[in-house]
Design a protein around this ligand. Structure first.
Ligand SMILES: [Fe+2]
Ligand SMILES: [Fe+2]
Length: 275
């Protein structure tokens, strides 16, 4: 190894340097992984937050300062395994995302929705759709989550399940009292009592209302509840049989099967990659 390359490599003697005051003042220290000690190669690793998380917030103004941090020889952008996250298996299966990546609160919501659907004796397609309906919120993106979630699972589930997941987002805003579904109380808290869904959501709802699978998606919304019995613990293992029959796990693992959505699963495996 040439001396010049060796000089660029971080050593244990590199003192951790102070971040620019602007980054500290902006509260952006959580994007920078310090100290060096337990890092894979003793380097500081910068997480460059995705545009979807920054646009519309003051943090967007600090992208330049974050970028400048990698000019330090002991600092690189996060790529590959983030030491703060549990390592995923080489061939990840659906349960690995539930257990190692999805947020705890969303995981609980999904498992409880599926549990209620099963207790009501509903079809396995409905139970599967309930189990998966918010996985985009759990691990990827919240805006347009029905559509992201439907795409994530499209290659692996029945088309009716995919459709029900996609449409639940729009159907949530519209009551159907013939089956006892009213506008969610929670949405009044979330969006205010005067919130009106945009036209594209209304059009999606109207089309879904006429579709032959309408009730499959409507049942997802009926079981999409936020108040659960705190004494009931639900485990993913409780649904292994349903998942086995209704979700075709690719042999190469989710993220590595070359499907049109593999990159979306990889983004959840390595959510902090710079590129
Ligand atoms: Fe949802
Ligand atoms: Fe939900």
């Amino acid at each position: 190894m040439s001396e010049s390359i060796q000089a660029q490599l971080p050593t244990s003697g590199v003192p951790p340097h102070e971040l620019p005051a602007s980054l500290r003042a902006a509260g952006l220290t959580n994007w920078i992984r310090e100290p060096l000690d337990d890092a894979v190669d003793r380097r500081r690793r910068i997480i460059f937050p995705p545009a979807a998380a920054l646009i519309g917030t003051p943090a967007i103004g600090y992208q330049g300062a974050l970028l400048a941090e990698v000019l330090h020889p002991d600092t690189v952008f996060m790529m590959g395994d983030n030491p703060d996250l549990p390592k995923m298996p080489e061939r990840p299966r659906l349960q690995d995302f539930f257990q190692l990546r999805f947020s705890k609160i969303a995981t609980r919501h999904l498992l409880q929705s599926a549990r209620v659907a099963r207790e009501r004796g509903l079809d396995e397609k409905v139970i599967t759709a309930c189990l998966l309906h918010d996985i985009a919120i759990a691990g990827l993106l919240s805006a347009n989550h029905g559509y992201w979630g439907a795409q994530l699972v499209a290659p692996y589930v029945d088309e009716e399940v995919r459709w029900a997941i996609e449409k639940h987002e729009a159907l949530r805003y519209f009551a159907d009292e013939s089956v006892g579904y009213t506008y969610p109380e929670a949405y009044i808290d979330y969006f205010g009592p005067d919130y009106q869904p945009p036209d594209y959501i209304r059009r999606e709802y109207e089309a879904a209302r006429r579709h032959r699978w309408y009730m499959t998606s409507r049942l997802v919304t009926i079981n999409d509840i936020y108040s659960f019995d705190p004494n009931v613990a639900v485990d993913f293992a409780d649904f292994e049989d349903v998942v086995g029959r209704n979700f075709r796990q690719p042999e190469e693992g989710l993220g590595f099967d070359g499907s049109p959505v593999a990159h979306m699963w990889r983004t959840m495996i390595w959510p902090n990659n710079f590129l």
